[in-house]
Design a protein around this ligand. Structure first.
Ligand code: PTJ
Length: 268
């Protein structure tokens, strides 16, 4: 059932994103748990003010520098990322010369193929990790995410994992890979374990990352390395948490949330 979202609706953008995910769920791209994960992300996005915050801009710059200086960068794609940012995955892969690999927590052959189709429709020339191609295993990982492509994640030195589960971030880091995560929750295990965490919505972070990589593409290697040296993930995460705290303090101080006009609903 397609829902009409009124043009002037105060939360139209958020509702459009939800509809996109529901449609992708019905098309077999997004996992059922992907809808729950999105709700969790929405809550943190709300706390961050639903915009890219300054620390996220810095993390994006560092992520672009790391991808551009990598030997074998890979972008790992799950259902939610394919539904929300397929075209930017492709643009980023082109800008940094990365492989694109499907890697799912809830792995089924149908979902792998559906996600590959979405990526190919968005312009991807090669999509790894589908079916028998995911013949290698990440040690120490119980979930289906352990299955990886020997041409992709297995041999990658840098892996971008938008919307990840903490276990795999840890396992990839233990294998000596540098993990870049996009996660709205700065407290998640993924956020804490990644080398670079972009605390932002994939809907905003992926286009920004693709654009930033395009801009930095011709930058000298030593300048890119300098960007990386100046970046501190723990400090960046701390700043994100502080921004949430300050925002809550500001809002509670003004008492704005206690004074919604009659009949106005905060969520819809
Ligand atoms: O497609 P699959 O089978 O690989 O399954 C994907 C999900 C997302 C279901 C799976 O990876 C999962 O269960 O993830 P988690 O452990 O629920 O973690 C999802 C994290 O992503 C949470 O910390 C959310 O806050 C965050 N998140 C959700 N939506 C977004 C987001 N971060 C950035 N942008 C979003 N749109």
């Amino acid at each position: 059932m397609k829902v009409e979202i009124p043009k002037g609706h105060p939360r139209a953008e958020s509702l459009r994103i939800r509809e996109k995910l529901i449609e992708a769920f019905e098309a077999g791209v997004v996992a059922r748990a992907g809808l729950i994960a999105h709700g969790r992300g929405e809550a943190f996005d709300y706390l961050l003010g639903e915009k890219t915050v300054q620390p996220a801009f810095e993390a994006v710059k560092a992520a672009a520098a790391l991808l551009l200086t990598a030997e074998k960068p890979v972008i790992s794609v799950n259902g939610n990322t394919a539904a929300l940012a397929a075209e930017y995955v492709v643009a980023l892969a082109e800008a940094v010369n990365a492989e694109i690999e499907v890697n799912l927590f809830y792995r089924t052959a149908q979902r792998e193929e559906a996600i590959r189709n979405v990526l190919e429709k968005a312009g991807a020339k090669r999509v790894l990790g589908v079916g028998e191609e995911a013949s290698a295993r990440i040690p120490e990982l119980g979930s289906e995410r352990r299955r990886v492509d020997p041409r992709g994640i297995l041999v990658a030195d840098v892996v971008l994992v938008p919307l990840e589960d903490g276990d795999r971030t840890e396992a990839l880091a233990k294998m000596g890979k540098k993990v870049i995560a996009v996660d709205l929750n700065p407290l998640s295990r993924t956020a804490q374990k990644a080398a670079i965490t972009i605390v932002d919505n994939v809907v905003r972070a992926m286009p920004l990352l693709a654009r930033t990589a395009e801009e930095l593409k011709h930058e000298k290697k030593e300048n890119l390395k300098q960007i990386l040296q100046n970046f501190d993930n723990a400090r960046n995460l701390g700043e994100c948490i502080r921004l949430i705290k300050e925002r809550l303090e500001e809002l509670s101080g003004k008492g704005r949330f206690l004074e919604l006009p009659k009949g106005e609903n905060r969520d819809h």
